[in-house]
Design a protein around this ligand. Structure first.
Ligand SMILES: [Zn+2]
Length: 420
């Protein structure tokens, strides 16, 4: 691969991401939700890029873009490479889209060469959960979890998932045909990091070894409302002051435990007046770690400390769990191969845990899956300022090509052909 050709290829990738950002439901910013009209245009555009590649393109019944680049021989195993094509409102141009555009670039970089496995480029229809409040609709169809309950969910306009699929010209009865075939031996996803870690380390790429588990809870501290002017400090039962002490405890606990992140992102107080001591403070808690045991121990400790703080201050506290999602390990073989490919690209290998959820976490239920992160300048994502550097995209393409060649010559990779 010539450096100048690689530079041109990377420029093309960035240009295509920016072009897809123009397919939007909003005129002045990017918003492309599940099965919205601009998603049609997005599919057509990618299909047009793929015309010279002799790939078989289809849109499955869950609205996922799929294109199979054949192997050298028939009946060969298949590797999936992709990410999601939907976006948040006021989105950047790279979250999700970059992973699909890079997959197409890797096929182009093969220049007609066929490998011992087929490659299916996949652009998931829904990952962000914006339209129906339920994320991963696209990838859930591949693992057989786009069920009746999800099909019956409504968006803000009262349209069900089922109806949205029909309006897009697809047939919900065909959803089972979106499921992973038995010949699929792995899933790879390139994605921007969406955080500051690689930038801080001055590294372009990382192999993702796990996707963190998440606990989400709601806490309510209960005290007593009273006059802010006439109630002496030692006779108060101030719910906000108790909540505040606990919030600082949450921060300290997370700082002391390696790899743990814990966040109180929301607080609501009652009655909510300047001259009234708060009787109630409702808070959210979000705890994440790659080890489910550490996450659950930390969460239990934070519940315990909330009770202790409340008791000492004459308050009461109650909590309820909103989400308890297990961590998902990426496939160790693929993670090792990604690291080798990163080294061959001339970069220092780095393993990291993804604090955000991704389609790879859903695919991992059925097939060996792994992710490659690209450095996010400024750690910015879900914002028009989201970006990626051309040099890092060049490295991602080079790394992807090394990875494809490694897998093509790996007996261990083909052993997986029989796992179904
Ligand atoms: Zn994403």
């Amino acid at each position: 691969m010539q450096t100048t050709e690689l530079t041109t290829r990377a420029e093309g990738v960035i240009g295509r991401c920016q072009r897809l950002a123009s397919f939007s439901e909003d005129s002045d910013s990017t918003r492309r939700t599940f099965l919205s009209p601009p998603m049609h245009a997005c599919h057509q555009e990618i299909a047009r890029w793929m015309e010279p590649l002799d790939a078989q393109v289809r849109i499955d019944a869950a609205g996922n873009f799929r294109a199979v680049y054949p192997a050298a021989q028939p009946n060969a195993p298949r590797l999936l490479i992709g990410s999601h094509l939907d976006t948040v409102p006021n989105a950047g141009a790279y979250d999700g889209v970059l992973g699909v555009v890079l997959a197409v670039a890797l096929l182009e970089e093969l220049r007609g060469r066929r490998l011992a496995f087929a490659i299916e480029v996949i652009g998931f229809s829904e990952e962000e959960g914006v339209r129906f409040g339920a994320p991963f609709i696209g990838s859930r169809a591949l693992v057989g979890r786009l069920d009746h309950e999800l099909l019956g969910a409504f968006d803000k306009r009262g349209i069900s998932v089922q109806k949205a699929i029909e309006s897009f010209g697809l047939n919900p009865a065909d959803i089972s045909q979106a499921a992973l075939d038995k010949d699929v031996v792995g899933y790879l996803e390139f994605h921007i990091e969406q955080g500051p870690v690689l930038e801080t380390l001055n590294l372009p790429l990382a192999a993702v070894e796990a996707i963190a588990g998440q606990s989400r809870l709601e806490f309510t501290f209960l005290g007593h409302a009273n006059h802010a002017g006439t109630t002496p400090m030692h006779l108060r039962r101030d719910a906000i002051a108790g909540a505040a002490e606990w919030i600082v405890t949450v921060e300290r606990v997370a700082q002391e435990l390696s790899g743990l992140v814990a966040t109180v992102g929301k607080i609501e107080a009652e009655p909510g007046a300047t001259n009234v001591i708060a009787s109630e403070a409702k808070l959210s808690l979000d705890v994440r770690h790659s080890s489910d045991e550490i996450r659950s121990r930390a969460t239990n400790s934070l519940i315990h400390q909330a009770r202790e703080i409340a008791a000492r201050r004459g308050l009461s506290v109650r909590e309820s769990t909103k989400l308890n999602q297990r961590a998902v390990a990426m496939d160790p073989f693929l993670v090792g191969e990604i690291e080798r490919a990163i080294v061959k690209t001339g970069c220092t290998p780095h393993r990291m845990v993804s604090g955000a959820g991704h389609d790879a976490m859903i695919l991992a239920e059925k097939v060996p899956s792994a992710m490659i992160f690209l450095r996010s300048p400024g750690g910015i994502s879900h914002d028009p300022a989201e970006s990626v550097s051309q040099e890092d995209v060049e490295k991602a393409i080079a790394c992807g090509m090394h990875l494809l060649d490694q897998l093509a010559s790996s007996p261990e990779f083909y052993k997986r052909t029989n796992r179904a």
